[in-house]
Design a protein around this ligand. Sequence first.
Ligand code: NCD
Length: 344
Amino acid sequence: MKQFLDSYTPQAIQGHYEGKHIITVEQFHRDDMDELFEAARKIRRGVRRGEQGIPNLCANKVLATVFFEASTRTDLSFQAAMSRIGGRVISASNGISFSSLYKGESIADTIRAVGCYADAVVLRHPNEGSSYQAAYYLDMLAEKLGRTTVVISGGDGIGEHPTQALLDLFTIIDAKEKVDGLNITLVGDLKFGRTVHSLAKLIGLYGASDTTISFVSPPSLKMPQKVLDFLQCHGVPYYETDDLFDVLADSDIIYWTRVQEERFEDKAEYEAICNKFIMTPSVLAKAKPDACLMHPLPRKHEMGTQEDQDIQDRDPRAYYFHQMENGMFVRMALLAKVLGVTSL
Ligand code: NCD
């Protein structure tokens, strides 16, 4: 599947969302993000006021969610998003054991079957490059059927998670009303964590001025070089450290992540570093009074004990509930746009 990463180039958005696959943040420029975020804000206002219109934006459209890895937020928020704009959802989200892949079918065929039934498909798969492969085969299907089904990545192995990054950046702008001049700190498993790969790149693509990204991780879980090179190309200064307290007191955004246990081949290696960065109320006490604590969730012990979490959740600096709710609005806007709604 990895070969598709090199050989398939998705189309840039460049102001036109309709019919485009969404598989990497590299498809977005700042104008595209601003347009999407404006639509998401409009939708959020409309939903809160109970405005007419939004529940019919995508009437007659069908979304398929196909998840070959566990998911709560991404799967359900896409399903909720589609329902709230009037579309219908079909789902093979019980994973590989209930799909024809289990019988030995290739992704190439599974995705084209889904493409015959749905207008858009959200795909999550453990192998990096799967969403590129899906896009390639859906393009082939479009030539045959004369209509396009778009694939939206819901997580591409250890590669990217573009819609999570979009909702994360939307939440940062919501909280800080800007991206310029922020110290953004990403903490934890920066090697296997796809959300942080996409978010770091998206910040680079947003072209904020005077923004610094700090990467805090154990040496064995550092941000991949290709992401660092990308930031350098986009003129974003970054700093790498394994000492959180180097940067915590100056951080405006603290983006915490789970160590991705399922990606480790050697369990002993996981055990050796899994307790390296634990957020607790006493750690949070050292952060700025107006910092934002973010997390893509799910969380485990890296956010402390249940008691720690209950305290942190009440702290006004905890933003992960905003992230979740915003995720649905951003996905409503994204689905509407790729499905051709122009009124947003
Ligand atoms: C993340 C993922 O699946 O990459 N979750 C999510 O989509 N919100 C993060 C994780 O699993 O740790």
